[in-house]
Design a binder for this molecule. Sequence first.
Ligand SMILES: [Cu+2]
Length: 175
Amino acid sequence: MLKFSVAGALNVKRLYLVALAVVVALVAGVGVVFGIGSVPVAEDIATRHGTKAGAIFLNLRNNGFLADCVVGVEVYGETKDGKRVDLQSELHTTVMEGNVMKMVKVDKVCVGPFGVVRMRGAEGEGYHIMVFGEIEKVNVYHVTLKFQSGKVLHFHAKAPTAAGHTDHGMGHRHG
Ligand SMILES: [Cu+2]
């Protein structure tokens, strides 16, 4: 009798432990989901140069469960010799005003969970990164996107004239 009840008590205790383990696992699982939050990725990066200003294009993908927004951008250039070129940069969108295509500065670019924003100027959803400065010296752009969540996405973008760049259509030739 006594032995049985002790065994019973042990079973109940074991049941509690199992229940506790399940709860811990669930909480941990939810924690992982929210911990991951947004997972921003830069894909299909390309650049275009104008006079004194350049544009950086990308597909901004979010492989996470939560939406996120780019709220800041920092870009600097690197020359072929590895020297730094300081640049100004802005988040832009492209809008049509009448028949005129205009670029407008925006504060943020948002991407939903498992979504993608085609930051490819007029060929995408209007958004792009604009850079200003001595871009003719730049071989590679170092881009840092800062997100509302606090996450940071860093990537490199080769200038249109950089050797080995595949974007033939945009480059211009010297001499
Ligand atoms: Cu622009």
